[in-house]
Design a binder for this molecule. Structure first.
Ligand code: OGA
Ligand code: MN
Length: 200
């Protein structure tokens, strides 16, 4: 089934306003519970394929210890989330002329004790990432389980966001942020709305 609209829980005006004013927005109860469970199941069914995100070209980085799986067309439920993000991208392009033309995404799993230290997803505009999005998949999250998304908004105000299930955090990819040490298994889909330049 082709979904042509954003889910009803997504208040587009609010999202646009939050992004314009603060550089971030939060969507709670993002999807119907049945869908949220399907994505969680797809994530869990594929956990054995996740790879250490800190290792690139055989070199281990110490700023992150999570495990990821890039989302391809085989991951059909996660693709529906990407599809929704493409509809959102069209709206963002109309409002802010961002030129977003691609969405890249991976599942992420933080085991107990894992974290992602302070970073920017698009430092100095070195890649095409415009907006970062994180959709939290685990079934429950308690206040004292750590794993918060801690970030500085566009007005230099710091925020701490609990990775509540079925919540989506959206923020400008140039903002400084970190994932604090998780004390339980923390599952998510990170997706970036990109404006890659086409070279003719
Ligand atoms: C990332 C990231 C934040 C989160 O994957 O780059 O910063 O809350 N994730 O998982
Ligand atoms: Mn990040």
């Amino acid at each position: 089934m082709e979904i042509l609209d954003l889910p009803i829980t997504w208040n587009l005006e609010q999202i646009l306003d939050d992004l314009a004013q603060h550089g971030f927005s939060v969507i709670d109860n993002a999807y119907p519970t049945t869908f949220a469970h399907e994505v969680l199941n797809e994530c869990m069914d594929n956990l054995q394929k996740f790879r250490n995100a800190g290792i690139q070209n055989g070199v281990q980085s110490h700023i992150r210890s999570d495990h990821i799986l890039w989302i391809d067309t085989q991951l059909e439920i996660a693709q529906q989330h990407i599809h929704t993000l493409k509809i959102l991208s069209d709206a963002l392009n109309r409002a802010f002329f961002l030129g977003i033309n691609d969405v890249e995404a991976h599942f992420a799993c933080y085991h107990t004790g894992e974290f992602y230290a302070l970073h920017r997803d698009n430092p100095h505009g070195k890649n095409g990432r415009v907006i970062s999005t994180v959709y939290y998949l685990h079934e429950t999250w308690e206040e004292d389980w750590g794993g918060q998304l801690h970030f500085k908004d566009k007005n230099d105000v710091w925020h701490t966001l609990i990775p509540k299930p079925n919540r989506i955090a959206l923020f400008q990819s140039d903002l400084l942020h970190e994932v604090q040490l998780a004390q339980q298994q923390r599952l998510s889909i990170t997706a970036w709305l990109r404006n890659d330049q086409t070279i003719w």
